[in-house]
Write a protein that binds this ligand. Structure first.
Ligand code: NCD
Length: 306
Protein backbone atom coordinates (compact mmCIF):
# COMPACT_ATOMS: atom_id res chain seq x y z
CA UNK A 1 0.00 0.00 0.00
CA UNK A 2 1.76 3.18 -1.16
CA UNK A 3 0.49 6.44 0.22
CA UNK A 4 3.85 8.21 0.28
CA UNK A 5 3.77 11.50 -1.62
CA UNK A 6 0.01 11.40 -2.29
CA UNK A 7 -2.46 14.28 -1.92
CA UNK A 8 -5.68 13.88 0.06
CA UNK A 9 -8.21 16.26 -1.45
CA UNK A 10 -11.34 14.12 -1.45
CA UNK A 11 -11.98 10.63 -0.12
CA UNK A 12 -12.53 9.57 -3.72
CA UNK A 13 -8.71 9.78 -3.97
CA UNK A 14 -8.47 6.71 -1.70
CA UNK A 15 -9.69 3.14 -2.19
CA UNK A 16 -11.61 1.26 0.51
CA UNK A 17 -8.49 -0.84 1.08
CA UNK A 18 -6.38 2.29 1.58
CA UNK A 19 -8.89 3.70 4.07
CA UNK A 20 -8.85 0.42 6.06
CA UNK A 21 -5.03 0.47 5.93
CA UNK A 22 -5.01 4.02 7.37
CA UNK A 23 -7.34 2.82 10.18
CA UNK A 24 -5.07 -0.14 11.00
CA UNK A 25 -2.06 2.20 11.05
CA UNK A 26 -4.01 4.60 13.30
CA UNK A 27 -4.55 1.83 15.89
CA UNK A 28 -0.77 1.77 16.43
CA UNK A 29 -0.63 5.55 16.90
CA UNK A 30 -3.14 5.76 19.75
CA UNK A 31 -0.59 5.63 22.63
CA UNK A 32 1.59 8.19 20.81
CA UNK A 33 -1.40 10.51 20.31
CA UNK A 34 -2.16 10.20 24.03
CA UNK A 35 1.43 11.15 24.89
CA UNK A 36 2.01 7.75 26.56
CA UNK A 37 4.61 6.61 24.06
CA UNK A 38 7.35 8.71 22.43
CA UNK A 39 7.98 8.73 18.70
CA UNK A 40 10.45 10.46 16.44
CA UNK A 41 8.98 9.01 13.25
CA UNK A 42 8.71 12.46 11.61
CA UNK A 43 11.79 14.10 13.14
CA UNK A 44 13.21 16.68 10.73
CA UNK A 45 9.95 16.94 8.76
CA UNK A 46 7.97 20.17 8.53
CA UNK A 47 4.20 20.47 8.13
CA UNK A 48 2.79 23.80 6.87
CA UNK A 49 -0.73 24.54 8.15
CA UNK A 50 -2.38 27.24 6.03
CA UNK A 51 -5.73 28.17 7.51
CA UNK A 52 -7.71 30.75 5.57
CA UNK A 53 -10.81 30.02 7.70
CA UNK A 54 -11.32 29.62 11.46
CA UNK A 55 -10.48 26.26 13.02
CA UNK A 56 -9.83 24.82 16.46
CA UNK A 57 -9.83 21.03 16.17
CA UNK A 58 -8.61 20.48 12.64
CA UNK A 59 -5.59 22.75 12.90
CA UNK A 60 -4.62 21.88 16.46
CA UNK A 61 -5.06 18.12 15.96
CA UNK A 62 -2.85 18.23 12.84
CA UNK A 63 -0.27 20.22 14.80
CA UNK A 64 -0.52 17.93 17.82
CA UNK A 65 -0.14 14.83 15.60
CA UNK A 66 2.92 16.29 13.86
CA UNK A 67 4.57 17.27 17.16
CA UNK A 68 3.75 13.96 18.85
CA UNK A 69 5.66 12.32 15.98
CA UNK A 70 8.67 14.56 16.50
CA UNK A 71 7.99 16.80 13.49
CA UNK A 72 7.74 20.57 13.26
CA UNK A 73 4.95 22.92 12.27
CA UNK A 74 4.85 26.28 10.47
CA UNK A 75 1.92 28.24 9.06
CA UNK A 76 -0.80 30.71 9.84
CA UNK A 77 -4.23 30.55 11.41
CA UNK A 78 -5.25 33.93 10.09
CA UNK A 79 -4.52 34.88 6.44
CA UNK A 80 -4.52 38.62 7.20
CA UNK A 81 -1.05 38.14 8.75
CA UNK A 82 0.35 36.68 5.50
CA UNK A 83 1.13 38.23 2.09
CA UNK A 84 -2.33 37.14 0.94
CA UNK A 85 -3.39 40.45 2.55
CA UNK A 86 -1.08 42.22 0.03
CA UNK A 87 -2.81 40.49 -2.88
CA UNK A 88 -0.58 37.46 -3.38
CA UNK A 89 -2.30 34.64 -5.24
CA UNK A 90 -2.96 31.25 -3.66
CA UNK A 91 -0.72 29.63 -6.30
CA UNK A 92 2.25 31.86 -5.40
CA UNK A 93 1.67 31.26 -1.67
CA UNK A 94 1.73 27.49 -2.27
CA UNK A 95 4.86 27.67 -4.47
CA UNK A 96 6.55 29.55 -1.65
CA UNK A 97 5.40 27.42 1.26
CA UNK A 98 6.46 24.19 -0.44
CA UNK A 99 10.05 25.46 -0.33
CA UNK A 100 9.79 25.54 3.47
CA UNK A 101 7.94 22.29 4.20
CA UNK A 102 7.31 18.61 3.41
CA UNK A 103 3.50 18.58 3.53
CA UNK A 104 0.83 21.29 3.27
CA UNK A 105 -2.47 21.23 5.14
CA UNK A 106 -4.88 23.81 3.77
CA UNK A 107 -8.31 25.11 4.76
CA UNK A 108 -9.89 27.65 2.44
CA UNK A 109 -13.34 29.22 2.01
CA UNK A 110 -13.44 28.47 -1.74
CA UNK A 111 -14.53 25.08 -3.03
CA UNK A 112 -11.75 23.63 -5.17
CA UNK A 113 -8.94 25.65 -3.51
CA UNK A 114 -7.23 22.56 -2.10
CA UNK A 115 -7.33 20.83 -5.51
CA UNK A 116 -5.70 23.90 -7.05
CA UNK A 117 -3.02 23.90 -4.34
CA UNK A 118 -2.33 20.22 -5.04
CA UNK A 119 -1.92 20.92 -8.75
CA UNK A 120 0.63 23.65 -8.03
CA UNK A 121 2.60 21.87 -5.28
CA UNK A 122 5.11 19.05 -5.74
CA UNK A 123 4.74 18.02 -2.09
CA UNK A 124 1.61 16.33 -0.64
CA UNK A 125 -1.39 18.57 0.02
CA UNK A 126 -4.15 17.68 2.48
CA UNK A 127 -7.55 19.33 2.20
CA UNK A 128 -8.65 20.47 5.67
CA UNK A 129 -11.94 21.84 4.33
CA UNK A 130 -12.66 23.76 1.12
CA UNK A 131 -15.76 25.93 1.53
CA UNK A 132 -18.89 23.81 1.28
CA UNK A 133 -16.86 21.17 -0.61
CA UNK A 134 -15.10 18.34 1.22
CA UNK A 135 -13.28 17.57 4.45
CA UNK A 136 -11.73 14.11 3.92
CA UNK A 137 -9.64 13.77 7.08
CA UNK A 138 -12.69 14.68 9.19
CA UNK A 139 -14.59 11.88 7.47
CA UNK A 140 -11.81 9.41 8.15
CA UNK A 141 -11.88 10.29 11.84
CA UNK A 142 -15.70 10.10 11.81
CA UNK A 143 -15.61 6.57 10.37
CA UNK A 144 -12.76 5.62 12.68
CA UNK A 145 -14.78 6.81 15.71
CA UNK A 146 -17.73 4.71 14.50
CA UNK A 147 -15.42 1.70 14.15
CA UNK A 148 -14.00 2.22 17.67
CA UNK A 149 -17.46 2.72 19.19
CA UNK A 150 -19.60 0.18 17.31
CA UNK A 151 -16.84 -2.31 16.48
CA UNK A 152 -17.46 -1.83 12.73
CA UNK A 153 -18.15 0.89 10.20
CA UNK A 154 -20.17 -1.17 7.73
CA UNK A 155 -23.86 -2.13 7.41
CA UNK A 156 -25.10 0.49 9.89
CA UNK A 157 -28.02 2.92 9.74
CA UNK A 158 -26.39 6.34 9.73
CA UNK A 159 -28.46 9.51 10.20
CA UNK A 160 -27.01 12.86 9.09
CA UNK A 161 -28.92 15.80 10.57
CA UNK A 162 -28.72 19.58 10.21
CA UNK A 163 -27.22 21.69 7.46
CA UNK A 164 -26.69 19.11 4.75
CA UNK A 165 -26.52 21.79 2.05
CA UNK A 166 -23.47 23.74 3.21
CA UNK A 167 -21.84 21.25 5.62
CA UNK A 168 -18.70 19.88 3.98
CA UNK A 169 -18.26 17.17 6.62
CA UNK A 170 -21.57 15.58 5.67
CA UNK A 171 -20.79 15.82 1.95
CA UNK A 172 -17.62 13.75 2.44
CA UNK A 173 -19.29 11.44 4.96
CA UNK A 174 -22.32 10.71 2.75
CA UNK A 175 -20.06 9.35 0.00
CA UNK A 176 -17.76 7.47 2.35
CA UNK A 177 -20.47 5.94 4.57
CA UNK A 178 -22.31 4.65 1.49
CA UNK A 179 -19.12 3.15 0.08
CA UNK A 180 -18.99 0.93 3.16
CA UNK A 181 -22.61 -0.21 2.72
CA UNK A 182 -24.11 1.92 5.44
CA UNK A 183 -27.69 3.05 4.89
CA UNK A 184 -28.09 6.85 4.91
CA UNK A 185 -30.96 8.72 6.56
CA UNK A 186 -30.77 12.41 5.65
CA UNK A 187 -32.60 14.75 8.03
CA UNK A 188 -32.62 18.49 7.27
CA UNK A 189 -34.86 21.52 7.38
CA UNK A 190 -36.47 22.43 4.04
CA UNK A 191 -33.95 24.43 2.01
CA UNK A 192 -30.88 22.81 3.61
CA UNK A 193 -31.17 19.39 1.98
CA UNK A 194 -28.15 17.45 0.74
CA UNK A 195 -27.16 18.82 -2.72
CA UNK A 196 -29.08 17.02 -5.50
CA UNK A 197 -25.86 16.06 -7.29
CA UNK A 198 -24.67 14.10 -4.25
CA UNK A 199 -28.03 12.34 -3.74
CA UNK A 200 -28.14 11.69 -7.52
CA UNK A 201 -24.61 10.25 -7.56
CA UNK A 202 -25.35 7.91 -4.67
CA UNK A 203 -28.78 6.84 -5.94
CA UNK A 204 -27.36 6.07 -9.38
CA UNK A 205 -24.83 3.79 -7.66
CA UNK A 206 -27.82 1.97 -6.09
CA UNK A 207 -27.13 3.24 -2.55
CA UNK A 208 -29.98 3.29 -0.05
CA UNK A 209 -30.89 6.85 1.00
CA UNK A 210 -33.98 8.26 2.68
CA UNK A 211 -34.73 11.94 3.24
CA UNK A 212 -36.98 13.64 5.78
CA UNK A 213 -37.19 16.80 7.86
CA UNK A 214 -38.56 14.90 10.89
CA UNK A 215 -36.00 13.15 13.08
CA UNK A 216 -38.75 11.25 14.98
CA UNK A 217 -39.67 9.31 11.84
CA UNK A 218 -36.27 7.63 11.56
CA UNK A 219 -34.64 7.88 15.00
CA UNK A 220 -35.59 4.36 16.28
CA UNK A 221 -33.75 2.77 13.33
CA UNK A 222 -30.48 4.66 13.71
CA UNK A 223 -27.15 3.26 14.92
CA UNK A 224 -25.36 6.58 14.42
CA UNK A 225 -26.72 10.14 14.54
CA UNK A 226 -24.27 12.65 13.05
CA UNK A 227 -25.32 16.16 14.06
CA UNK A 228 -24.09 19.29 12.26
CA UNK A 229 -24.10 23.00 12.86
CA UNK A 230 -26.09 25.30 10.57
CA UNK A 231 -23.22 26.89 8.58
CA UNK A 232 -24.04 30.53 9.28
CA UNK A 233 -21.02 31.89 7.37
CA UNK A 234 -22.20 30.34 4.08
CA UNK A 235 -25.61 32.09 4.02
CA UNK A 236 -25.77 35.17 1.80
CA UNK A 237 -29.00 36.34 3.51
CA UNK A 238 -29.01 36.58 7.35
CA UNK A 239 -32.84 36.33 7.32
CA UNK A 240 -32.57 32.87 5.72
CA UNK A 241 -30.19 31.80 8.51
CA UNK A 242 -32.55 33.16 11.19
CA UNK A 243 -35.37 30.99 9.78
CA UNK A 244 -33.51 27.70 10.18
CA UNK A 245 -31.05 28.29 13.01
CA UNK A 246 -33.09 26.66 15.77
CA UNK A 247 -34.63 23.82 13.78
CA UNK A 248 -33.06 20.95 15.73
CA UNK A 249 -31.89 20.67 19.28
CA UNK A 250 -30.92 17.20 20.49
CA UNK A 251 -31.73 16.78 24.18
CA UNK A 252 -32.01 13.65 26.31
CA UNK A 253 -35.77 13.62 25.83
CA UNK A 254 -35.33 13.83 22.03
CA UNK A 255 -33.60 10.45 22.19
CA UNK A 256 -36.29 8.58 24.17
CA UNK A 257 -37.13 6.34 21.20
CA UNK A 258 -33.48 5.81 20.14
CA UNK A 259 -31.58 2.53 20.42
CA UNK A 260 -29.68 2.45 23.75
CA UNK A 261 -26.49 1.91 21.73
CA UNK A 262 -27.04 4.99 19.53
CA UNK A 263 -23.76 6.78 18.87
CA UNK A 264 -24.14 10.57 18.62
CA UNK A 265 -21.35 12.32 16.73
CA UNK A 266 -20.71 15.96 15.82
CA UNK A 267 -17.65 17.37 14.01
CA UNK A 268 -17.89 20.40 16.36
CA UNK A 269 -18.07 23.31 16.94
CA UNK A 270 -21.65 23.03 18.19
CA UNK A 271 -23.75 26.12 18.63
CA UNK A 272 -26.92 24.85 20.32
CA UNK A 273 -27.87 21.80 18.26
CA UNK A 274 -26.81 19.36 21.02
CA UNK A 275 -27.71 20.17 24.62
CA UNK A 276 -24.77 19.90 27.03
CA UNK A 277 -26.92 17.56 29.18
CA UNK A 278 -26.12 14.88 26.57
CA UNK A 279 -22.37 15.15 27.16
CA UNK A 280 -22.32 12.79 30.14
CA UNK A 281 -24.73 10.28 28.54
CA UNK A 282 -23.55 7.05 26.89
CA UNK A 283 -24.79 8.39 23.53
CA UNK A 284 -22.21 11.20 23.40
CA UNK A 285 -19.09 10.24 21.46
CA UNK A 286 -18.18 13.66 20.06
CA UNK A 287 -15.31 14.32 22.45
CA UNK A 288 -13.88 10.84 21.75
CA UNK A 289 -14.17 11.87 18.10
CA UNK A 290 -12.02 14.95 18.86
CA UNK A 291 -9.24 12.71 20.21
CA UNK A 292 -9.40 10.28 17.28
CA UNK A 293 -8.69 13.32 15.10
CA UNK A 294 -5.12 13.27 16.40
CA UNK A 295 -4.81 9.51 15.94
CA UNK A 296 -6.04 9.55 12.34
CA UNK A 297 -4.01 12.62 11.37
CA UNK A 298 -0.86 11.08 12.86
CA UNK A 299 -1.44 8.00 10.71
CA UNK A 300 -2.09 10.08 7.58
CA UNK A 301 0.97 12.32 8.07
CA UNK A 302 3.26 9.38 8.70
CA UNK A 303 2.00 7.50 5.64
CA UNK A 304 2.16 10.50 3.26
CA UNK A 305 5.65 11.37 4.50
CA UNK A 306 6.75 7.75 4.28
C1 NCD B 1 -16.28 21.43 10.71
C2 NCD B 1 -15.74 22.20 9.52
O1 NCD B 1 -14.92 23.09 9.66
O2 NCD B 1 -16.20 21.86 8.44
N1 NCD B 1 -15.48 21.45 11.83
C3 NCD B 1 -14.36 20.66 11.89
O3 NCD B 1 -13.53 20.64 11.02
N2 NCD B 1 -14.25 19.86 12.97
C4 NCD B 1 -17.71 21.65 10.99
C5 NCD B 1 -18.27 23.04 11.15
O4 NCD B 1 -17.58 24.04 11.04
O5 NCD B 1 -19.47 23.11 11.41
Amino acid sequence: MRLKGRDIISLEDLSNGEISFIFNTADKFEPIARGKKKSSALAGKVMAALFFEPSTRTRLSFESAMQRLGGNVIGFAEPTTSSIAKGETLADTIKTVEKYSDVIVIRHPKMGAARLAAEVAEIPVINAGDGAGHHPTQTMLDLYTIRKTMGKFKNLNVGLIGDLKYGRTVHSLAYAASRFNNKLFLISPPGLEMPREIVGDLSSQGKEISETSDLREVLPKLDVLYVTRIQKERFSDPAEYAKVKNTYKIELKTLETAKPTLCVLHPLPRVDEISSELDSSPYAKYFDQVFYGVVIRAAILSLLLG
